[in-house]
Design a protein around this ligand. Structure first.
Ligand SMILES: Cc1cc2nc3c(=O)[nH]c(=O)nc-3n(C[C@H](O)[C@H](O)[C@H](O)COP(=O)(O)OP(=O)(O)OC[C@H]3O[C@@H](n4cnc5c(N)ncnc54)[C@H](O)[C@@H]3O)c2cc1C
Length: 555
């Protein structure tokens, strides 16, 4: 009987989670308590039995710990520190309803939190933890800042390795990559340890007089890892490329427990795979990232257009039709069209000149003007600002702890300039206006992103031809029963498949996509998948780091 058949039989008997090929709790292959205890002593007590963060508020209640959990419920920094804490409750509680305000007399279940978590303190700990997982063939999840929207850092019955305590941000002005030939030019870089949050990297970069291509804004409280491993878009990307275009070197403990330094000169295949292939190749302990000269002025334009009648779709169509021109002018930003309005933040980095932005948007404003004078009401509020540094664009502590601890799901597609041209654009506007899911448009590709070949990194090649990454977002609150959640999940998957028809041949950003994508290999990685899968098989033949719809997963 093949291994897959065995797993199916055991899954039917409820002994293993069919999503894991390696051993999970409570299968008979799971190591004994004494074996775990011996790992704990090797790790100097860093191994913890992990639970969802609301568990102290459930029987048996620990009131002090419960009060702390309540106080920090939406705080993403705090959640990242907790062995069982995740940004998105989908991947912590699952559907097991361990609600912070739920019935305290009911015990909290394990949810999707790994059974044991090693909160490693140094690279040596990482090697010991990985070696243990390898020797015992245990299904293992790596957790960084815990922001994953697709649940790849948690898993019921798995062993977790949390890298959040691995700290360090070091700038080096003239750094030569390991294994580089003598004639290679040194580069200005920053070495970032796996447990750092982007906000701290951005602050350190600002003090050091440089910038790095980090996440969108302050809410991206970390994401050093999957953002780099999965792609990584930023408002700086049209100017400096994606996260994967800015990584020069990784230090990684591979599934055999070896620490490897991976770059364009050594372990080239792995270097290629890590830039977009995502999780599943081991535990990254450090990334060496490019730095760029500081930005001294960013022009931002905020506009909020609200319509009270059906003529909104023509305004939205006009706005969508302007996207290719905005992209040509190297303007980036984020827009949220709703049923009757658009809220947008558009950014011009490095030159405080608003002429290009104004002249590009003029047709849209002219349209609004004529509609208003025709008696069709539109309200548009615009605000311009010139921001003195990249950091000051998002370093606002008042908004830091507001996003986490809810249930969010995404579907998404990358979109080329041609999708905003001709008669397609009206249909796209109609789709967005009618969408029951929130539409979030990210003008973060094009320009520098498009100057890299589709197979130069492992991300979906269509990133290199896109200008936009567009999300459909949904969610629910704790009061909604499981059947309702499942209806929302399947409605999102259907809506995403409908939406995909606007962008034939284009994929989805693997960090902000639908975990239930029917053709996930093709949608997340396209023609890069076969090479990725063969590298994965070489480095992780046992599949100890394989997760649902990650590279190497078999349907
Ligand atoms: C509020 C918010 C804003 C966001 N904004 C942006 C944005 O502007 N741009 C963008 O590109 N993305 C953005 N994202 C998406 C983000 O890139 C992903 O959520 C990403 O998965 C977060 O990485 P993490 O390390 O915090 O998450 P985790 O949940 O800790 O990990 C994510 C994945 O990376 C793996 N991983 C983590 N650490 C390691 C490691 N050391 N070695 C190997 N594998 C590891 C995990 O196993 C998992 O598969 C945002 C997300 C949120 C929640």
């Amino acid at each position: 009987m093949t291994i897959v058949l065995w797993i199916l039989v055991l899954a039917v008997l409820g002994i293993v989670d069919p999503r894991d090929v390696a051993c999970t709790y409570p299968s008979s292959c799971w190591p004994s308590e004494a074996t775990w205890e011996s790992l704990n002593s090797t790790l100097n007590g860093a191994l913890v039995r992990a639970f969802p963060v609301a568990s102290p508020c459930h029987a048996p209640v620990n009131q002090d710990a419960c009060d702390i959990a309540k106080e920090n419920w939406t705080n993403e920094f705090w959640r990242a520190q907790q062995p069982g804490g995740y940004f998105d409750l989908n991947w912590e509680n699952g559907d097991n309803l361990c609600d912070i305000n739920g019935n305290a007399s009911l015990p909290c279940t394990q949810g999707l939190v790994p059974y044991y978590v090693a909160q490693v303190n140094n690279v040596d700990d990482v090697q010991k933890a990985v070696k243990f997982a390898h020797d015992h063939n245990i299904s293992t999840r790596v957790k960084g800042a815990s922001h994953d929207f697709l649940g790849r850092s948690s898993g019921n019955g798995t062993f977790g390795i949390s890298t959040i305590k691995l700290k360090g941000i070091d700038f080096v002005n003239r750094f030569t990559l390991a294994g580089a030939p003598q004639e290679a030019s040194p580069e200005s870089v920053v070495h970032i340890a796996a447990g750092e949050h982007w906000i701290h990297v951005n602050r350190a970069a600002d003090s050091h007089g440089v910038i790095v291509v980090g996440g969108r804004y302050q809410l991206l409280c970390g994401c050093c890892w999957w953002m780099v491993l999965g792609g990584g878009h930023s408002s700086l990307s049209p100017q400096y490329g994606l996260g994967v275009d800015n990584v020069l070197q990784f230090e990684i403990v591979t599934p055999d427990g070896q620490l490897r330094i991976v770059n364009q000169y050594q372990e080239k295949d792995l270097f290629w795979a890590l830039r977009g292939g995502g999780t599943g190749f081991g535990v990254v302990t450090k990334v060496t990232y490019k730095t760029h000269p500081p930005i001294t002025a960013i022009t931002t334009m905020l506009f909020n257009a609200t319509y009270t009648n059906a003529s909104f779709t023509s305004f939205l169509r006009e706005y969508l039709a302007l996207q290719p021109t905005l992209s040509t002018h190297n303007i980036s930003g984020y827009s949220t069209p709703t049923a009757n309005g658009i809220f947008a933040q558009l950014l011009i980095h490095n030159f405080a000149n608003i002429t290009a932005l104004n002249s590009t948007l003029k047709p849209m404003f002219d349209l609004a003007q004529s509609e208003t004078s025709n008696g069709r009401p539109a309200k548009i509020i615009t605000g311009f600002g010139v921001i003195p540094s990249y950091l000051s664009l998002f370093d606002d502590p008042t908004t830091f702890d507001q996003g986490a601890g809810s249930y969010t799901i995404f579907g998404s597609r990358l979109a080329p300039a041609s999708a905003f041209q001709g008669d397609k654009v009206q249909k796209l506007a109609d789709f967005m206006v009618k969408s029951p899911f929130i539409v979030i448009m990210h003008l973060v590709a094009g320009n520098k992103v498009s100057q890299v070949a589709g197979d130069a990194t492992a991300i979906h090649p269509s990133w290199r031809k896109a200008i936009h990454h567009i999300i459909l977002a949904g969610g629910w609150d704790n009061s909604q029963p499981i059947p309702t959640r499942n209806l929302i999940r399947s409605a999102l998957t259907s809506a995403t498949q409908e939406f995909a028809k606007f962008f034939p041949g284009f994929g989805s950003y693997v960090n902000e996509g639908d975990i239930n994508e029917p053709k996930w290999q093709e949608t997340f990685w396209g023609s890069n998948y076969p090479r990725l899968n063969s590298i994965k098989n070489r480095y992780d033949p046992q599949g100890i780091f394989t997760c649902f719809h990650c590279v190497g997963y078999e349907d």
